[in-house]
Structure formats: C-alpha cells, structure tokens
Design a binder for this molecule. Structure first.
Ligand SMILES: N[C@@H](CCC(=O)N[C@@H](CSC=O)C(=O)NCC(=O)O)C(=O)O
Length: 282
C-alpha cells in the first residue's frame, strides 16, 4: 500500500500497536531507503508524538525493532517510534574501500558528507532532521512533537542532532554514544572520509564540543555500560561529562556497572529512556 510518498513493506501487530516497515525514494540521499515505525494503539484515534531512534554501526532499522523491546513501553506511553537506516543504500552508493564495518554502508555517522565520492549520497544529517520527519508527519498520525535517542554511532547522531536543533527535539537520550568523535578512532576515520582533513568542519558533528557552547539544551539522559569493550577509547564519555559540567546543563550521564555494548544493555534500560522522553513529549 502506498501512503503518499512512502510504501508499506510489512506490518505486524505488536503490544496492541503496529510495527510497520516502509520504503521510499529519498531525494536527499539519492537512493531507495527503508525505515521502520511503531505506531502505538493510541494512534488509531489521535495523533501521537514520536521518538526517533538512530542505530549504530552495521545496523539497519531492524536491529532496534527486533532486539530492544521498546514497543511495550511505547504502547503504554502513546509514543511512536521512528527507526531509520544508518546510511544510504544501493549498488550506486560508494562504500569503504575495504568494505570495513566502520565507514560507508551501515556507517553514515549522521553527517552531511562534503568529500567525493561520498557527498552525493551521504547526507544522513539532512535526512534525519528534515526529509524523514516531513515524510512521516505528512503520511502518519503524528504530531510535530519529537524526541531523539540512539546507540553508539546513533547515540552520537542523537546528541549532535538534538543539540543543534533544540527547537525540533524536546529531549535527547543515548546509549553508549560516541561522545567525542573528533578524538576517537571511529570518528577520526569517518570525519576524514566524509568531511575532509579540515578539523574545523568536524566540530559541528562532535557532541562534546557542541555541548560546551550550546545556548539552549534539551534535557539529556545518557547510559554507558562499564563493561563495554568500546569504552572508554572509542566512546570518550568523560569528554561529554566535562562539557556538561562546564555548561551547567540538564544532563544525566550514568555509568551502569557490568553492562556491555550490546542490545541486552539497551533492552535493560530502554523503558527508563521511554519514560524520560514521555515527560517532555506530552
Ligand atoms: N562488528 C564490529 C562491531 C559492530 C557493532 O558492535 N555494532 C553495534 C554498534 S557499534 C557503534 O556504533 C551494533 O549495534 N551492532 C548490531 C547489533 O544488533 O548488536 C566488531 O566486530 O567490532
């Protein structure tokens, strides 16, 4: 079934709501894309607010949909979940030269690439901030109230997009985010490839650098597992803690003892994140 510019691929009943997958042609990314949506039961009779979830390296929209267990909380709280893919897709889309997992396909880093050959398709920042909300808010029973969350590379994306657009997102949360990509091996590789060597262009995509100077900051909740194999080298959580204390913002950054980087960690705390966002989405 086609609803304006988006076409339904699949639909399942879930906790009284609907778990739906759509495909569409992205004008921003110049390729066909898929994304997933959970519509809570309340969306049958009224428009509902939405939490955007940005996934991490190697993910599609299906990792969070099938592993996090978020739908049971979203159904009770009357919140839609909008779950995009992590990069442009398709045979025409350039990938890492060695098909590595941390650059190219599945690793868009939620930036607008400026460097050839990536600058035609890799405009994930504009896709998440503008194109996708315009599409889903026109086609689905959604209000324009939005919150944003994500994991790892997606936690970086959620923090950066939420911090740069305080008028568009009422709350921000993240699991195991890459907090200071300008100084992490994953981030340095991605920013060099997508943005080039001029580090002044990297600052707009680094949550710790943005948070130091941000004027208006939505409430933030971050969870980081102490047994995460990417912590602290890749994730650099201490930089975000320092920036939050320098700017005196409403940010709770929690170290959760014994948890790792996996979706078992996300599933353990996703209910608390949904309840956190529900306070501000009402
Ligand atoms: N394959 C890589 C690690 C890949 C990985 O751990 N991906 C995470 C996100 S990491 C940061 O963005 C993930 O969410 N994977 C999908 C899942 O369902 O768990 C390696 O071997 O190091």
């Amino acid at each position: 079934m086609t609803t304006s510019a988006i076409t339904k691929v699949s639909e399942q009943l879930c906790f009284g709501g609907k778990q739906i997958r759509y495909k569409h042609q992205s004008a921003v990314l110049h390729c066909d894309m898929q994304f997933s949506v959970f519509l809570p039961p309340q969306a049958e009779t009224a428009r509902v607010p939405a939490l955007y979830w940005l996934s991490g390296l190697t993910c599609t929209d299906e990792n969070f949909s099938s592993k996090a267990g978020a739908q049971q909380f979203a159904a009770k709280l009357g919140i839609a979940l909008i779950i995009p893919d992590t990069s442009p897709r398709g045979d025409d889309v350039p990938d890492d030269e060695n098909a590595a997992y941390d650059f190219g396909l599945g690793a868009g880093f939620y930036v607008n690439a400026t460097q050839a050959p990536f600058n035609k398709h890799y405009k994930m920042y504009d896709y998440i901030v503008s194109e996708l909300p315009e599409l889903v808010e026109a086609a689905l029973p959604l209000t324009d109230k939005r919150a944003i969350s994500g994991h790892s590379m997606g936690g970086h994306g959620a923090l950066v997009i939420g911090l740069r657009n305080p008028e568009r997102y009422c709350s921000i949360s993240a699991f195991s985010p890459i907090c200071n990509p300008a100084n992490s091996p994953w981030g340095i590789k991605a920013f060099n490839g997508y943005l080039g060597e001029d580090r002044s262009q990297w600052q707009q995509y680094d949550a710790s650098l943005l948070l130091r100077d941000a004027k208006k900051v939505a409430p933030i909740l971050v969870d980081q597992g102490s047994a995460d194999n990417f912590y602290p080298e890749q994730l650099r959580t201490a930089s975000l803690v320092e920036a939050a204390s320098l700017n005196d913002v409403n940010a709770e950054i929690r170290l959760q003892p014994g948890y790792d980087h996996s979706y078992y960690f996300i599933a353990s705390f996703i209910g608390e994140h949904l309840h956190f966002h529900a306070q501000y989405l009402k």
